[in-house]
Write a protein that binds this ligand. Structure first.
Ligand SMILES: [Fe+2]
Length: 220
């Protein structure tokens, strides 16, 4: 079974799917002298412990959904890697907003929303540009009401549409200080309700079908 972090470049190469090259950085071909995205992700998890579990869960679901629709090679890698790191830009969000035990105000939301672009910046030079692009767009909405670019429909990268569904499902099925966790059935209803508005309707159908299939296997 795939586990987050297990899809190494060596394994990709061994499977005949060419690994990717590091995006060249200005001033040379060395990695930037910055903290790596994985290191930043670990620092973020120290500030918000639920984040590590959330990233792993979203990556696991995104891998399943991406494979189910036929992605492989570098496209699959990009989805999984972006899912693992989609919230890494929250390192730039102050503690009082990141860990606020209540709903955020509009002003706080606008600070929180900067994490999508911050995440892409953190990945630049460490991951292929496609991974950063997915992180940037993982909060776009099918109807164009998302952020940071207000992309609509298929203008939103496919991998970002996958991550948006998995992210929402994991968020809904886990409790927050200001609300209880919703059941799987309630979360799936919410996804269906958001199909064609917040989420890619075709992907929601696949996601719902896949979860139903897994549920029957678990109960057999
Ligand atoms: Fe998330």
């Amino acid at each position: 079974m795939w586990r987050p972090g297990s899809l190494s470049r060596a394994r990709l190469a061994a499977r005949g799917t060419a690994g990717h090259r590091r995006t060249p950085c200005p001033g040379g071909d060395q990695a930037p002298s910055r903290l790596s995205p994985d290191r930043i992700s670990r620092l973020l998890a120290e500030r918000a412990p639920r984040m590590a579990v959330h990233h792993r869960a979203v990556a696991r679901m995104a891998a399943t959904l991406a494979r189910r629709i036929g992605l492989d090679g570098e496209a699959l890698y990009a989805v999984i890697r972006a899912a693992e790191l989609h919230d890494v830009g929250k390192i730039a969000v102050p503690d009082e907003i990141l860990n606020k035990p209540g709903a955020l105000t509009e002003a706080e939301l606008s600070v929180m929303r900067r994490h999508a672009v911050a995440g892409e910046e953190i990945l630049t030079g460490f991951e292929p540009a496609a991974v950063g692009a997915l992180v940037r767009s993982s909060h776009e909405r099918w109807d164009g009401s998302g952020y940071p670019d207000g992309l609509r429909g298929e203008a939103i990268p496919l991998g970002a549409r996958i991550i948006a569904i998995c992210d929402a499902y994991d968020a809904m099925t886990n409790e927050r200080p200001y609300r209880p966790a919703r059941s799987a059935a309630e979360a799936l209803d919410e996804l269906r309700h958001g199909a064609g508005r917040r989420f890619d309707p075709a992907l929601v159908a696949v996601f719902v079908g896949e979860l139903a299939y897994l549920a029957t296997r678990v109960t057999q």
